[in-house]
Design a protein around this ligand. Structure first.
Ligand SMILES: [Mn+2]
Length: 403
């Protein structure tokens, strides 16, 4: 017996003694699916600098290649979320083929209505109807691209908002938002989910048009059943209880998905679970205990000083571990403690699960999936990054897509 397998067996024995159905936990982890973002692989930066990394992908085809490597190592990242026009190509059939050949599928499609100079005062809330029309046309185009690529979700985030009191009429902006998205809803196919993401502030510093889960939920309720709220961990005020938002949205049947990342201050887009792993665990406790299938789970991060591929692998591994820990919560005992008003027992039951070292179990399941027992070590020893650096940084062939 190898040291790794003896550690695994010890964990299985101790979980069994606690009454955990280990087979069920392993099955659940094997079924976990995380979408990684194409935009998380390429160059990114802060407002102050972009630090290019050796071997970074230069177009969507190379970003897909890196996403496939993350899935190969972790076994849990079979879908890649795309962003347009960043991932725009002339031939979407060719892109679909490349994604399938890499063993992946397309996750959510993310339109971009925040970069064009026309959107200085907003996209679908802009006071100028012509600019609102342009934004709506891009959203509808992305809906068509999503359909063509076999994606079942359009993930919507709007940078819309105002910087000064009096800059625009708050109610008029809301009306424009509702009208524009109602047109998108009507113009998108029945199998396409519309995920509505909210964010407290930035780039708007006075009033963001979709600032919180309440404003997103009201919009979704007005639009219809396939409009659901997307929660991004970096988009709340400090101290906001995100797991409670998750519980409320699950209860309302309107939790559409997650953008995982972590933050210390604002929308920092750090590796998920790196700053506040306990919060991540508590979110999974709500997700796993909601009595519904998990919603769409996507990573939305920007890796600036850390190696991008390793950061993505670490993120998926952190999600695997957090999810497994949430499955270890003794729900029956928890419910009994809660009904009995036993405050400390209820809290202790969560700590029991959170404090369990689940790494051997995750390693075992990854191995069974044909992925890596230790994905980080395998990435480092495989030479993947070095090979891509050599190939990509010396290749002068014109690229097929936008960078
Ligand atoms: Mn996001």
């Amino acid at each position: 017996m190898t040291p790794a397998s003896s550690t695994y067996q010890a964990l299985v024995d101790s979980l069994g003694a606690r009454g955990v159905d280990v087979t069920e936990v392993r099955r659940a982890l094997a079924a976990l699916e995380i979408e990684t973002p194409s935009w998380g692989y390429g160059d990114s930066g802060t407002r102050f600098a972009v630090f290019s990394q050796p071997g970074r992908p230069r177009d969507v085809f190379e970003r897909v290649e890196d996403a496939a490597e993350v899935h190969r190592l972790t076994g849990t990242a079979p879908a890649v979320a795309l962003h347009f026009p960043w991932d725009a190509v002339d031939d979407y059939g060719e892109l679909a083929q490349a994604i399938a050949a890499a063993g992946l599928r397309v996750g959510a499609v993310n339109p971009n209505v925040f970069q064009d100079p026309d959107y200085r005062l907003g996209s679908i809330t802009n006071p100028d109807p012509a600019i609102r029309g342009k934004a709506l046309e891009h959203l509808l185009e992305c809906s068509r691209i999503a359909t063509g690529l076999g994606s079942t979700a359009l993930s919507l985030w709007f940078a819309d908002g105002t910087n000064y009191p009096g800059q625009d009429d708050l109610r008029a902006r809301r009306e424009r938002l509702e009208q524009g998205l109602a047109e998108l809803y009507a113009g998108s196919p029945a199998e396409q989910e519309l995920l509505v993401e909210y964010k407290l502030f930035e780039p708007a510093f006075y009033a963001t048009d979709l600032a919180d889960w309440g404003s997103a939920l009201l919009l979704c309720l007005a639009l219809g059943p396939r409009a659901r709220v997307l929660v991004d961990l970096g988009h709340h005020a400090h101290g906001v209880n995100v797991e409670q938002i998750v519980a409320l949205l699950i209860r309302a049947g309107r939790l559409g998905g997650f953008h995982f990342n972590n933050r210390k201050y604002a929308d920092d887009d750090l590796i998920v679970g790196s700053v506040n792993p306990f919060e991540l665990f508590l979110i999974f406790v709500e997700l796993a205990g909601g009595g519904r299938p998990l919603p769409r789970l996507t990573i939305d991060q920007s890796h600036n000083v850390e190696p991008k591929l390793e950061a993505m692998v670490r993120s998926v591994v952190n999600l695997q571990e957090s999810y497994v820990k949430s499955l270890l919560v003794d729900r029956t005992a928890l419910s009994e403690a809660q009904l009995a008003g036993d405050v400390m027992r209820g809290h202790e039951l969560l700590l029991d699960a959170y404090s369990t070292d689940v790494r051997p179990l995750c390693a075992q399941v990854r191995a069974e999936l044909g992925a890596a027992e230790d994905p980080i070590a395998q990435l480092r020893s495989s030479g993947y990054v070095e090979q891509r650096t050599q190939q990509r940084d010396s290749d002068t062939t014109p690229l097929k897509g936008l960078t």
